[in-house]
Ligand binder design. Structure first.
Ligand code: PLP
Length: 409
């Protein structure tokens, strides 16, 4: 089968070269995540009804081990929201992973799969009081807050629990920023961490998230330095924080070429040392995308190819999956998936759209995607590195289309 990788072309910023000294960036062991594993190729040949997501669990495992290799002493909490497939949670649990949950429903899911509540952190800063009480009753002991009112809820419904304060973050150079909505500034974090102790809670550290699909390792440096300064200030009040939660954000393989993973690990470890000296806090890390994205492929089918006028040069290509079927991260064309077809002809530019009766259901219009000119209705199209934030984002039945089927292999 001949494959053509689509080049979204001109508007991405390419890869950061700031990162780390060359010898440390060379990592011969890093797996090539741009192709599909034989297991996935084989499954695609069997042509189940499209659209669907297929995940190679052994690739999730490789990513977990790679992460563990880069952060050997860290507590790894997989962010369940990235892909809550039970098979993935079970696999990661067996590998020793812990989990970050965003709701009581993810809590129930983890518990139902035999995950100990001691391995869970409730990382959402926006929680109903009843859900805090429920999680506490179930045995969850790590909670995140970024406001005084949330701290009051925790005092009341999770007395004595371990708490971490989320810092505001810029989300700079992240393709899917998580800024503004979460976190508080450093002065407020200082006040709230002291207050949490006064309220009988057990402050364990700060947490930050540099933005999802963060391609620049340097973005972890500044929050780490800020945390170092904050920990020293709090130390003068006899508050010793034992943990630092460096969040998620590690990138997956979309259109832009990435630095090797070792660069991220090295830059972050170095920043930890530089910011905290000889007695650094223990690292907690909450990867979502990094662990599951590259392990997944979505198989889709071309439903229609059309021109809007006789002069129209760009074809409209309609797929059987769109924004509401799992490709929500194409919103504002933030995440640029690599596409694959089995045609080999010359390429022509396209506008890519989904199947629903909603004009917002256009995937790529500005990003100059191109597909082979001999592409035909009925052709399969693969959406690569689609294991994260797809099945969990799919609507329950917009236009009657069922949620994205997932096969874990
Ligand atoms: C979503 C989320 C993550 C995972 O982020 P990725 O960019 O997918 O690694 C981690 N921590 C928190 C608190 C989150 O909300």
């Amino acid at each position: 089968m001949q494959t053509s990788y689509v080049n979204s072309g001109l508007d991405h910023e390419g890869v950061s070269t700031l990162a780390c000294a060359p010898p440390l960036c060379l990592d011969a062991s890093q797996s090539d995540t741009r192709g599909l594993t034989p297991k996935l190729e084989e499954f695609l040949v069997s042509r189940p009804e499209t659209p669907f997501l297929a995940v190679d669990l052994s690739q999730v495992q490789s990513k977990y081990l790679e992460l563990q290799g880069g952060f050997p002493h860290a507590a790894i909490h997989y962010a369940v929201k990235a892909n809550p497939s039970p098979e993935i949670i079970q696999l990661l649990a067996a590998l020793g992973s812990r989990f970050d949950i965003a709701s009581r429903y993810e809590l129930d899911l983890c518990l139902s799969l035999g995950v100990s509540p001691a391995w869970l952190s409730y990382g959402n800063t926006v929680k109903k009081a009843v859900d805090i009480a429920y999680a506490f009753e179930c045995g969850v002991r790590i909670f995140t807050f970024d406001s005084e009112a949330e701290l009051e809820k925790l005092r009341k419904h999770a007395p004595g629990a371990d708490v971490q304060c989320r810092l505001l973050s810029q989300g700079k150079s992240a393709d899917w920023p998580l800024s503004r909505k979460f976190g508080c500034d450093l002065d407020m974090a200082y006040d709230l961490l002291l207050k949490s102790r006064d309220l009988g809670l057990n402050p364990i550290g700060v947490t930050f998230h540099v933005g999802s699909q963060q391609t620049d390792p340097q973005q972890w440096v500044e929050p780490m330095q800020q945390a170092g300064e904050l920990y020293r200030q709090l130390g003068r009040q006899n508050l010793e924080l034992k943990w630092i939660n460096i969040g998620g954000g590690l990138p997956a393989t979309y259109q832009a070429t990435l630095l090797p993973f070792s660069c991220y690990a090295h830059t972050i470890q170095q920043a930890l040392q530089d910011s905290f000296g000889s007695t650094p806090p223990q690292i907690m890390i909450e990867p979502g995308r990094f662990l599951v994205a590259d392990a997944g492929v979505i198989q889709s089918e071309v439903i229609l190819i059309a021109h809007k006028s006789r002069q129209d040069l760009r074809r409209w290509v309609y797929l059987d999956i769109g924004k509401f079927g799992g490709l929500a991260e194409t919103m504002d064309e933030c995440i640029k998936y690599r596409l694959r077809t089995d045609r080999s002809g010359p390429m022509g530019s396209v506008i890519l759209a989904g199947p629903t009766c909603d004009s917002a259901d256009v995937l790529y219009e500005k990003s100059s995607y191109a597909l082979p000119l001999d592409l035909a209705i009925g052709d399969p199209i693969e959406i690569l590195s689609a294991g994260a934030y797809t099945s969990s984002y799919a609507s329950v039945g917009f236009n009657g289309f069922p949620p994205l089927r997932t096969y874990c292999l």
